[in-house]
Design a protein around this ligand. Structure first.
Ligand code: ZN
Length: 330
C-alpha cells in the first residue's frame, strides 16, 4: 500500500463515486431472528504470531516465485482445514513494468449458505523491492513482509480457526488478496497509484459470486508493529464511517482505545478501495505514524520488515476487536 498525495485523493474519490453508484446499500438484519446470547471467542495472539512466522519462513511471497506458489497452496489448505469452502481465483496480471505475473486470490467462505455476510481481507503477497531501505544496495531486494502482508493474514488465519470451531450468526468470507504490493517503486516518477492492489481490483470486477454482497468489509494491513496505532483512514471514513464507529467503539470497550485512536489519519491506496467499488462498505485497519517520513512504521518497504519487529500485543488487540465485532453482529 501507499500513502496518497493530495491530488490522487480527489481523483480516487471521484473514481469511487463513479464506480460504486447503487452498490453501497447495506442490508438490515432480520428482526424475526431469535435473539440469543453470544459467546465471544478468545483470540489467541500467540497462534496469530505463529501464523505470521510461518508465512515469513515460506520465503519471499513475491508473485512469480516458487515461494509465492507454495504459500498460495498452504493458505488454501489452512483455510480448508479450518472448515471453509475455498475458491482460489487464478489469473495473470500485468504489473507496473509490463511483466506478467500469476495472481492467486484465496477466498475462504464460512457458512456460504447464509445471506447475511461479513467480508474480511488482507493481502498475502510480499513486496519485490525494498525501495525505502536506508541502504541503497538493498533497494532491489524483496522484503520479508512480516508486518506488510503477513501480520494481517496471520490474524485472519487465527480468526478462521475460531470460525470453524464456533460458527457466528453471520456468514463470513475471508479474502486473502494477491499482488497488492507490486506497485511501482519510488524511483519511478509520476502518479503510480493504479499499480497497486491488482488482486482486489481483479476481484472487484470478477467477484467469486455474481452480485456478491456483504454487510460490511474490514481490511487488515500492517497490524503488527509495536507501539503503532490505527487512525480513521480517509477513504474508510468517507465510505463507511459507521463501520469505523462500530470497530473503534468495540476496541474501546475491550480496553484498546490507545491502539485504536479516534482521530483522522491519512489516505491510503489499499485493497479496501476496490472492496468499496465492489459495493461492500469497507474500512482499512492500518498502522500509521504521523511522525515518520513515510507515514508508516520505520521498517516499511525495507529488508528490515522482519519477524523480530512483530508485537504479539498488537496482533491480539486487533484480533480480539475484529472477532468481537463479527460475533456480536446479528
Ligand atoms: Zn507494502
Amino acid at each position: 500500500m501507499k500513502k496518497l498525495p493530495k491530488y490522487s485523493i480527489a481523483l480516487t474519490a471521484l473514481l469511487l463515486a463513479l464506480c460504486s453508484c447503487g452498490g453501497m446499500k447495506t442490508k438490515t438484519s432480520d428482526n424475526n431472528k431469535q435473539e440469543s446470547l453470544v459467546t465471544i471467542p478468545t483470540f489467541n495472539a500467540d497462534s496469530a504470531y505463529n501464523y505470521v512466522a510461518q508465512q515469513v519462513a515460506m520465503g519471499h511471497r513475491v508473485p512469480g516465485t516458487m515461494a509465492h506458489k507454495n504459500t498460495a497452496q498452504w493458505l488454501a489448505n489452512e483455510m480448508t482445514r479450518h472448515g471453509a469452502d475455498v475458491i482460489v481465483q487464478e489469473a495473470t496480471v500485468e504489473v507496473y513494468n509490463g511483466k506478467e505475473v500469476p495472481m492467486y486470490n484465496i477466498i475462504a467462505q464460512f457458512a456460504p449458505e447464509k445471506s447475511n455476510r461479513i467480508l474480511l481481507a488482507a493481502h498475502w503477497d510480499s513486496r519485490p523491492h525494498a525501495d525505502h531501505d536506508p541502504n541503497p544496495e538493498n533497494r532491489l531486494l524483496p522484503i520479508d513482509g512480516a508486518n506488510d502482508g503477513a501480520s494481517g493474514v496471520g490474524v485472519l488465519l487465527e480468526i478462521a480457526r475460531h470460525l470453524g470451531v464456533t460458527p457466528p450468526a453471520m456468514g463470513v468470507d475471508i479474502i486473502l488478496f494477491d499482488v497488492e504490493d507490486y506497485g511501482a517503486p519510488e524511483w519511478i516518477e509520476g502518479d503510480n497509484s493504479d499499480t497497486w492492489a491488482l488482486g482486489s481490483r481483479y476481484w472487484a470486477t470478477q467477484p467469486h459470486v455474481a452480485g456478491y454482497r456483504a454487510r460490511f468489509g474490514i481490511l487488515l494491513d500492517m497490524v503488527g508493529a509495536p507501539g503503532h496505532c490505527f487512525y480513521r483512514e480517509y477513504f474508510s471514513q468517507h465510505y463507511a464511517s459507521h463501520i469505523i464507529d462500530k470497530v473503534w467503539d468495540c476496541a474501546e470497550r475491550l480496553g484498546f482505545s490507545s491502539v485504536f485512536v479516534n482521530s483522522m489519519g491519512g489516505a491510503i491506496t489499499d485493497d479496501h478501495i476496490y472492496m468499496n467499488m465492489a459495493g461492500v462498505p469497507s474500512i482499512d485497519i492500518i498502522q500509521m505514524n504521523g511522525y515518520s517520513e513515510t507515514g508508516f512504521f520505520d521498517q516499511w518497504h525495507t529488508t528490515d520488515d522482519t519477524i523480530e519487529h512483530i508485537d504479539t500485543y498488537m496482533l491480539g488487540a486487533v484480533g480480539q476487536t475484529v472477532i468481537t465485532v463479527i460475533y456480536e453482529e446479528k
